[in-house]
Design a protein. Sequence first.
Length: 453
Amino acid sequence: MFPKRKFTDTVKSVKGRGIESRRTRLRRTRPWPVGPCHRPGAACMATSDRSESHVRAFVGAGLAAASLGTLYAWSVLAGPISDALERGAEVALVFSVALAAFAVTVMLAGRFTDRVAPARLMLGATASVVLGLVLAAFAEHLVTLVAGYGVLFGAGNGLGYATAVAVANRGATQRRGLAVGSVVGAYAVSALVAAPLLEAGVRHAGWRAALLGLTVVVGIGLLIGAFLLTGVRVRSVRPEATTGLRPKAVLRSPEGRYLWAVFLLGSFAGLMTLSHVAVVAEVRGLTPADGATLVALVAIGNASGRVGVGAASDRFGRLAALSVATSVATGAAGLLAMLASPMVLYPAAVLLGVAYGALAGLVPAATADLFGTAHVGGNVAVMFSAWGLAGVLGPSVGAALIGSRTDDRAAWAVAATLALVGLVAAERLRRTCRPASSSPTSGRRVRKRDRGA
């Protein structure tokens, strides 16, 4: 059934005499080739084992990201906590501190994700998140609430997010856009699911019980995610995972600067939309209910852009997808700057959400494509600093230009201009580099000390 095959490969001894190698002898005496994918009935055992481990790691990263995304359901808790602590608008400081702790931790955790096992990092994130939520649930003062929900929950969130993105980046090569997009999409969509559940918990049992319930759910999700990440290596067994640029070299490269600029300028409009779309709806004569609907639609666009555009980029190219995303952001913001009609706000805001979500998923994947996966955690952290700067500028510029609540078109004009500059940077990026699936250094000569070990 499986005829014997003749093999003529030999090895030469020191004296030059041809002798039969052990590998050739085994091949000659077996009715099938030596490779694990050719044994009859084995069904490619070695390859399937590796695939199963990748699927397991991907599921663990996605579950952890979905658990951590509940951070953005804070708006449901803000009102009841403000009434209970009698601190009014000062409670908004809690979420601001959480976002700052999240951004700083993601940027600092990048190097650790290149050196420490993902399961250990996820356990550390679990401890920080659970401790922070418990501390917030029993808080009697604003300082305790800031320390719990703001510092500990925010920092644990950043550590877990950075770990999940690094795992998705390393575990996929052919469909990296889908993998990374799905993980960051799970992070974005979880707040939509958690918000109504938290609201029901607050209504029936109070905000403290609701926070404790959230602690249990998030803690279990993170523990399962950490268990699924057990055994995942920091470095992949693939050859391309052992080479690549270090973060300092990424900052010095023109590709790195262009990608950083695309993330900063393209995300500006999306972050301004997420933070002010309800106010813009009021400015344009819509009701608060319409504003709430717009918030939900933008969030759905954000999540769908992360997954859908990420998957499409695997087929049509990561850099082309970056250009399309910045083009959509430019066009949607420009439309809002030119037209004051409230009906224009619906499609334009959704498109801005899709474009922002696309950039959030594409930039980490493009970072791995262009600069390799040996130091992908640190490199993604470098790119994430652009998001942090956009997170400060977008909401603050929007508040300054829309604060009068008479006209919002000046804010959209600024956003459209910046997105247009981001589109130029994306096109320059396409012309100056090629994906690093064949060369992690994009074909450029790199100094030895800048390469990964």
